[in-house]
Design a protein around this ligand. Sequence first.
Ligand code: SF4
Length: 445
Amino acid sequence: MTLLQVAQRLKHFDEEERTYTKEEALKEANRCEQCKDAPCENGCPLQVPIKTFIKAVQDEQFDRALQLIKKQNPFPKICGRACEVHRDCVKACKLKHPVQIGKLERFVAEHGKNLSPEKIKKNKKKIAIVGAGPSGLSCASFLSQKGYNITVFEALPCKGGRLALRTPLYKLPRGIIDEEFKSVQANFRHSVAIGKTLHIKELQKGYDAILLASGAGAPVIPSIEGVEKGNIFTAHDLLMRINHMNAHQVTEHQIPIGEKIVVWGGSETAVETARTLRRLGGEVTLIFEHDHHQMTANPETLRKAKEEGLHFLLLTQIQKIKGGKDIESLECVPLMSQMTPSGEAVLTPMEDSEFTLLCDQLYLATGQHSTPLMDPETRLRQTRTGKILVDEHLRTSEEGVFAGGEVSTGTSTLAGAMADGKKAAEKIDLWMHKKLQNSDDEKTF
Ligand code: SF4
């Protein structure tokens, strides 16, 4: 067992799962059948050569396995822990009990040796990257290897982006993020909010190209009666306070824990918020409108949450938040779900079955929008919800300005966001060599 027992897990925020031992890694790698068509690789947005790196593990060539991974994925320690693997490679594995690719990647990242860095011939070109999250830093990593001078602008005082906002410490310790992101050859300018401290126009004057990768850090607040009451928080509030202010340890930042806590949502963030609150000693109920098939949370995370005593109230709609100044209860109604022939779930409230659920703290994990660009001078084309419009080459409506990751896609997996950063690096490099300007593909907006 690489996972801590429930009683231990609930006591602290230390990492809940340890890395495979060599024996465990070899046993797991040897389950891989080295399928000819390797469908697992089609499931990886970063195009990690999964079959080949697992073969290297089978042969106990851990350094080679690491080099194979790092060519495509500069942050394997992070991905091996926090990538939502069920959606991608593991789900695509042919075996009934899929090979635990993420756990093997984590093993390799810790047991393989990095090659000494090659001497890179620097060019004179300067690239600005807005956002120090997975897509921004993946782009920075690939572009710096091509000799560009990179400056990363970040509004927060730390690196991490979505990892800081949505991934709890027991899954991804802060030290791992710092260690892997330290390898990125770039200048970092923290606490700079593009659009407030510095305008995109100013960046355009000082840099040859710009990537906007500011992520999706704006929580969606549902329009529901009573949502303005006290003791209603967002999942981001909680996870940021713990990840960056050590609110689980530092008395002056301590989080008051209610007696009847509800988390609203069915995503990985929702379930991790509930698990975090369980570690803080709360009794927690998770409410979601659909059934568990529609939950986007990782099945492994759901299994851990059940073991840890999280209550689930599925197929339930919150209709109203009641109370005085602070929240006191939720008016709910059970829903019936019927599938249409096209596979869409249609929800209908059950008649005369409304009920009241006592609740003195509500955490909203009801999604997130792209982080808004607070730049009144920008003419970048965006959707109504603030997503930046890009064409297939990740070009925005402004010459030399690209956008990648959740700021243009809305939401994605960790590997998806990193893959977008990598694609942005390729496109920016082509653009710098004047190969993209001559592309026959017209911008699609
Ligand atoms: S699909 Fe599964 S068994 Fe086949 S090569 Fe990939 S990891 Fe190995």
